[in-house]
Structure formats: structure tokens, C-alpha cells
Design a protein around this ligand. Sequence first.
Ligand code: ATP
Length: 503
Amino acid sequence: QEELFKKLVAHSKEYGFIFPSSEIYDGLSAVYDYGQQGVELKNNIKRYWWESMVRLHDNIVGIDSAIFMHPKIWEASGHVGAFNDPLIDNRDSKKRYRADVLIEDFIAKQDEKIAKEVEKARKRFGEAFDEAKFLETNPRVIEHKAKRDAVHSRMVAALNDNNLEELRQIIVDSEIVCPISGTRNWTEVRQFNLMFETKMGSVSEGANTIYLRPETAQGIFVNFLNVQKTGRMKIPFGIAQIGKAFRNEIVARQFIFRMREFEQMEMQFFVRPGEELEWFKKWKATRMSWHRALGFGDEHYRFHDHDKLAHYANAATDVEYEFPFGFKEVEGIHSRTDFDLGNHQKFSGKKIQYFDTETGESYVPYVVETSIGVDRMVLQVLSASYEEQQLEGGESRIVMHIPAALAPVKAAVLPLVKKDGLPEVARDIQHALKCDFNVQYDEKDSIGKRYRRQDAIGTPFCITVDHRTLEDKTVTVRHRDSMEQQRVAIADLSGMIAEETGF
Ligand code: ATP
């Protein structure tokens, strides 16, 4: 699986999806640029989200708020005081880790040990194997489970109490070693704020420290009244936003999974106090269906309900996808209570209330949020789509099974040969299609090589113009996944592509 992930990273670069940022200067850690295919894929993902959230819901509207915001916002939101990661260093390797991530890796290892015992026993007992009973009675499994659960509950308690010494003690007691040096030479745990700072205004005017936003949500909260009043919105309603966010992540790893500059698609849904948990349940189901509708297989998704809740939440869950490096969060769904609006009311001194005409009451609305990383979705789609296929006759191909609606290029138009008027006809077809779809024209190399290039970027259709086209105005359409070919009239191409690539 790790091997596969490395290949995917290399493939993403080779075919113009994702480049390391500032590469000719040896890159900038945890920052990436999107190339000519990557930007198309990313835009399509954003459109898929926007259409399903904003267009399809009568009671959700969008905004685009500024990245720079008044510094007090980050005090009200709790980010100045509490947006911290607990960090620990290994003295031998000089590597820095998030203490909670080290402990979570340890917990995952206990789970792997249990899974191995189960596998071994299944082989030994065959048909007669009773997994539930085995898990309850096998002494080694019981030991692994006890260790895992004890460490887990200690970690949750330490994080809730913000007890840094206890976090270090768990690492020491569990005999966790540094993955690089293999030693247990740990420093104390320290807090590190994740927000990037910059200065606004010239120094002579008295420079003000402001922050690059670490989430897009606050731009929605501070515009709650603006949108509610001007849009005459009635609760329950939502405000959606797509935009950049910045976090000075310490453990920045796994390619575009954890970046320092990334994009979020967030929706804050405002509800009556007391109805938030019902809406939380509804949004959980709605968001899971959105992910599953991409067709990558339901078994690769799961919820991870939080038992350690952030200071603002009364319920929280992650939608996790099975990446090549394991199940990881793609989206967070949080019931944020009236924490944000209530605090902005307090810090700004402005009344942020909603008058409910049905109940005749005024109140600070409660909020259920859905928050998803665009880049993580890109990585999810890329890793789910990548396949190395052995073909008949000893050949092989790399094909990206990107859902047609998200594919960067929808169709490639290919003249079979570079003569006899075929390129001209192919160009005409390309020009006719390009107003509606992202299409490519390619006449270089053999037709087989051109097919491979399109497979590698996930183009659903290759349209080949040959001599028969000159006689009967039909072309060969080759389908990416099945590699099947069919004859289609030029006049029918646009309808066919629209049908297959629409949301
Ligand atoms: P994690 O636990 O992975 O750090 P988080 O719980 O802090 O994530 P949220 O604050 O809930 O994440 O952010 C919502 C979504 O934004 C996440 O589900 C993820 O998809 C995305 N996201 C958060 N941080 C990053 C990052 N550094 N790089 C890329 N995407 C991110």
C-alpha cells in the first residue's frame, strides 16, 4: 500500500496534477501547486459540492468572505487561546511529533496486532472459527485490547484537561519509540499555536498583527446577520463558503493530506436551540450519501464519532475514507452549539439574535457545521481512481477511474493519421465541443500511446477520426474503463458526453 502511495505521488507530478510548490528552489514544506489537470479536477470537486449544497437546497446560500479579518475574531473563536498542538521532540533524531498522533499510532498498532491474531486463528480453525468468542477469550487479544483501551482513555483525559505532562507520561509508559531513531529519548511536551501571523498597515501607523484564517467558518459567523436579513432567511437555513485556510502544521506529511495552505468547503447550518442533534444526524446521513454517490465503494467509508469533543461542540464525527495509508478524516461534521455566535455577540458588543416568528422568541441560533478539505477530496479521488492494469498480450496501462463528472478532460479528439484531411475534421470536432466541455486535441505518436496518455489523466472518452469519418460522418468512441469502442455520429457526440459527464 505504501508503495502504491509513492507511485500515486509520482504519477500526480508526471501527469500535471500536483507539483511541490517552489520546486526549482527545492520546494516549500507542506505546500503544493496544482497543475493543468489538478486544477480542473479541483474545480470540478468544488462545483460538485457547491451544486449539491447551494443549488439543490432552497435554504442554503453561499458567500465569499475575506481571508483577512479583524484580529478580535480569533479571540472570540478561541483560536488565539486554544488552537494549539501538543508537540514532543526526540533528542536523538531531532524530529518533532504531535504527541497525540504518536499515541494514536500506538493505538492503531494494538489494533493491527489484534487483527493478526484473528487472521492466524481463522487459518487454524477454518470453518469452525467463531470470531466473536475468540475476541472475548483469547488471552493475547485480551491483553492487546486492555493496553489499547487504557492508553486511549488516558489520552482522551489528558487532551481534555490539556495535561501536557500526562501526555508525555503516556508516551514513556507505553514505551513508544521514535520512528526515525528508534529510541525513547523524549523531551517535554510543548504547545504550539497553528495560526500564521502577518502585519497590516505601515509600521508608522502602528502595525496591527492579523492572522491568516485557519478556517473559513468564522467568515460565515460574522456575516450571519448580513445574510439572514438581506436574504430574509428563516431558520433552519445554511450559509456555505469555499476558500483558502492556513495552518502552520508541525507534522506535515502524507502529501496533500496535511498542508499549510489548503482549501475548505464549509457549510454552517443555523437551527433552533434543542433541535441541533436532530440536524446533526440528518447532515451526517446527507454528507455520507454525497461521498458514496461517487461510486468508489461504500465499504471504504466510515464514521468516526468523537469522544474527545472540541471546546465548542456537543457532538462531532468525521467521515473517514480508506486511503492507502489507512482510514483517515476527509470531512468533519460538528454540532457547535451557540458557541461562535454567542462569543461574537460578547466580543463585538453587537446583538446577534434571531427572531423566530413561529415561536415568538428571540435567541442565538445553534449551529451544525459540515467542513471538508478540497485538497483531501482531491487526494481521496486520486487514490481511489488509480489502477495499474495488466492487459491481454502482456501489455499494461495506468488508468485513472476518475468519476466522469470530475474528470479534468472529458474527451480527447484524435486523428488516426496526420494526413488525408483527418486533422482538419478532428479540429472541427474539437472546436464544436470546447464551449461545453474541456476537450483536448492530440495528433502526436501512435493511437495506442495517445490512448495511454488519456487513460493516465482519466479522460472518459477518446474520439478517433479515421477515413470512414470522411464518408459517413461517424467516429470511433473508446471508453476509458472498459476500453470498448463504438461508432457514433459526430452530431451525437455532444449529447453523449453531456449525458455521461453531468452531475
Ligand atoms: P486533522 O485532525 O486531520 O488535523 P481537523 O480535525 O483539525 O483535521 P477540521 O478543523 O475539522 O480538521 O477541518 C475540516 C476539514 O478541513 C478536515 O476534515 C480536512 O479535510 C481539512 N483540513 C484540515 N486541516 C487540513 C490541512 N492541514 N491540510 C489539508 N486539509 C485540512
